[in-house]
Ligand binder design. Structure first.
Ligand code: G4P
Length: 524
């Protein structure tokens, strides 16, 4: 395979969903088709074996949720697939957001009985911000679902993206017959008992399908064709049109045809914006960025793994690269890749690939590693936390461990730390979901031996302020603080407070993330 083909065969994507829509099940089925696992259940089993590995995951076990994101790589039909699994639980959405920075496209799983749910909306917003192509998979057709046309309408209306149905379900729940492929006019017949399916030209199946369901299909197709929306890969790539698929992950139905279309339609590794301009994946110099750090994956030796997404060039084990923030040259000796149950050492990696690097405490989220002098990738926003607390250390003798714990967990992105503008002793914490406070307290205690107490505050929004410092009166229900990089941030009780502040300070900009998003910035 030549270099250009090598680059073009990469597919790096994440699956997003509201909890329980079926993301884990779909992931597992994709891995099955990719030959990465031999039996269903391995992903969940993997989660439980991971529990034994780390104190932190004890919390997951107690809470019965998955806190971690996993990165899985497998080959499929000549493509190199990197599947970024993101936690669906709303409490960990900032982690999910950052995982999306490493993805080139996204599969949005929606429970066809429920439609668009709150977490779907939040995650979709991030995709829109980054203009990531979004493919929709309506799941659970083996159960009674909502009207397919209503579901499409809901996606268009609530998420504001055009849809193009690649295939169409015939019946649902008890009467579910199978899926009609609009591109090829073929049919996959659902067999409830065996979970196997026959496929072929639709006309060959027509006789076996109840007349009313066939009529419904014809009506739906007429409506879809009549709406005049054509599949437009340029719109898909720009994140403006979402190809829609239907199926049942648990019944293995519609998953493979989805995957087959997906790998052909989804973008190959995309370019990324840097301080030196756009870096194309075809460029031969190696470059990549850290999008996730996970500490204490192995409690026996306090390891930290930094996940790097390769942007350009070929990565080779042991290569020397420059770390942009410290300016240091570092040798990447033991890069790892992750596949279902295992992690293993990799010798090489290509654009789009994600590798895990042993982190001696050097890396932060957003750091660049490359062989291109002075290169730094840009565009790693912090997102507005929604829950705030003031933190106090219980025994001041532990101040050093406390500082280190707070610093490391902040670097991992578990929380955001704010201080008063005069850098006084008060420490304010912001998290996206309140469960993160528990995780913080637990990890500080178990990993750093530090006990803290937290007092929850009534703020619910943080806005980075650009263009000056707003005037805040005594009755404004707002508080000025600074973030870790001393950028001014205002904490606010609610959206009304924000509106008032905007009115009083019309020349200032209040941004939901630490980066101002301008259209030029999002190019590439
Ligand atoms: P998540 O990662 O998005 O949170 O969802 P997950 O895959 O864990 O699926 C949530 C529940 O929905 C699971 O049931 C799963 O078996 C079920 N499910 C997933 N896909 C389908 C489907 O296509 N049809 C139907 N009918 N159900 C589906 P559970 O009872 O919560 O867990 P489990 O005991 O089955 O593991």
């Amino acid at each position: 395979m030549d270099w250009i083909q090598q680059v073009a065969s990469g597919r790096t994507f994440a699956i997003i969903s509201h909890p329980d829509a079926g993301k884990t099940t779909l992931t597992e089925k994709l891995l099955l088709f990719g030959g990465a696992i031999r039996e269903a259940g391995a992903v969940k089993a993997r989660r439980s074996s991971a529990h034994a590995r780390s104190d932190w995951m004890e919390i997951e076990r107690q809470r019965g949720i998955s806190v971690t994101s996993t990165v899985l790589q497998f080959p499929y039909q000549g493509y190199r697939i990197n599947l970024l699994d993101t936690p669906g639980h709303q409490d960990f959405s900032e982690d999910t957001y950052r995982t999306l920075l490493a993805a080139d496209s996204v599969v949005m799983v929606i429970d066809a009985a429920k439609g668009v749910e709150p977490q779907t909306i939040k995650l979709f917003e991030v995709c829109r911000m980054r203009k990531i192509p979004v493919f929709t998979f309506f799941n659970k057709l083996d159960r009674e679902a909502r009207e397919p046309l209503d579901l499409l309408d809901e996606v268009e209306r609530i998420l504001g993206i055009e849809t193009y149905a690649m295939n169409w379900p015939v019946g649902m729940g008890q009467s579910f017959q199978g899926i009609f492929d609009r591109q090829q006019e073929t049919f996959q017949r659902f067999n409830r008992a065996s979970h196997a399916f026959d496929d072929g030209a639709y006309k060959d199946f027509k006789d076996q399908i109840p007349a009313d369901l066939d009529q419904e299909l014809q009506d739906a197709l007429e409506l879809l064709d009549g709406a005049g929306t054509a599949l437009d890969l340029e719109l898909v790539t720009a994140g403006l049109q979402s190809p829609v698929f239907w199926g049942s992950a648990i019944a293995n139905f519609g998953v493979q045809s989805f995957l087959d279309y997906y790998i052909k339609m989804a973008p190959s590794p995309t370019a990324r914006q840097s301080n030196l301009g756009v870096i194309n994946p075809e460029r031969k110099d190696f470059s990549g960025f850290i999008f996730k750090i996970q500490a204490n994956m192995n409690p026996a030796h306090r390891d930290r793994v930094a996940f790097l997404r390769v942007v350009s060039g070929q990565f080779e084990r042991g290569m020397a690269v420059t770390h942009d923030r410290s300016g240091r040259t570092t040798r990447l000796a033991q890069p790892q890749q992750f596949l279902a149950q295992d992690r293993h050492i990799v010798d090489e990696a290509f654009p789009g690939d994600v590798i895990g690097l042993h982190d001696p405490g050097l890396f932060h989220i957003g750091d660049t590693l490359s062989t291109i002098p002075n290169l730094s990738f840009v565009g790693f926003p912090r997102f507005s936390p929604e829950h705030f607390a003031e933190m106090e250390l219980k025994y001041t003798l532990k101040h050093k461990q406390y500082q280190r714990g707070l610093e490391e967990l902040t670097e991992e992105g578990l929380l955001q730390v704010f201080r008063s503008p005069d850098l006084g002793p008060e420490v304010y914490l912001g998290v996206v979901g309140p469960l993160q406070f528990d995780v913080l307290a637990y990890r500080l205690e178990h990993e750093y031996g530090v006990e803290i107490s937290l007092r929850q505050l009534s703020y619910s929004l943080a806005r980075w302020v650009f263009g000056g410092i707003p005037e805040i009166g005594r009755f404004d229900h707002a508080k000025m603080v600074v973030d870790n990089e001393r950028r001014p941030v205002v904490l606010l009780e609610d959206a009304r407070t924000l509106e008032r502040l905007r009115e009083k300070n019309p020349r200032l900009m209040f941004s939901e993330s630490s980066e101002v998003h301008t259209p030029e910035e999002k190019e590439g």
